[in-house]
Design a protein around this ligand. Structure first.
Ligand code: THU
Length: 162
């Protein structure tokens, strides 16, 4: 038996003000995106903002449905919008925030596995890592340089071949 260990690293900023200006602005965009969250069932609002290489900002928020599995997370709403509208404009960074009507969120909320898999797809497609900024109101911000920090064993295309 061999015991393996994988280390991931990320940066923690105590306040959004410590971020550089483009990332700070992107966080404000994620807060703005959250305004359009449609989350009457979970009361858990999520906002995502993507900064593209051209400087274009793309917004996403979670969109729930009475048939629960038909809804979609904020990250994928934004990522699929990029894929559909800006297929040749690489994504530089994604900021994500969340707010609950039921309790205070004290730590950043990590994106779900399905969103990470979609993020990985776009990283591979553009052949450039996407910075991820996770943050909460009044809490710290966590910054990862690539989806690989959150999904080290990600499923990628070469696994489909022998
Ligand atoms: N949600 C997101 O928008 N992003 C995630 O990565 C995790 C969860 C949404 C889905 C649902 O509308 C609500 O949060 C509660 O799960």
């Amino acid at each position: 038996m061999i015991n393996h260990e994988i280390k991931i690293s990320f940066k923690e900023y105590q306040s959004l003000k410590e971020l550089d200006k483009p990332d700070y602005d992107l966080c404000l965009d994620a807060v703005m995106a959250m305004e359009n969250s449609h989350s009457p069932y979970s009361k858990f609002r999520v906002g995502a903002a993507l900064r593209l290489q051209s400087g274009t900002i793309v917004y996403g928020s979670n969109q729930e449905n009475v048939a629960y599995p038909s809804g979609l997370c904020a990250e994928r709403v934004a990522l699929f919008h990029c894929g559909a509208y800006y297929p040749n404009d690489p994504i530089e960074a994604m900021a994500v925030t969340a707010w609950s009507g039921k309790f205070e969120i004290l730590q950043p909320v990590a994106s779900c596995g399905a969103c990470l898999q979609v993020l990985a797809e776009y990283e591979k497609k553009q052949n450039k890592p996407i910075e991820i900024i996770l943050f909460t109101n009044n809490g710290p911000a966590w910054v990862m340089t690539s989806v690989e920090s959150l999904l080290p064993f990600l499923f990628f295309e070469s696994r489909l071949k022998s």
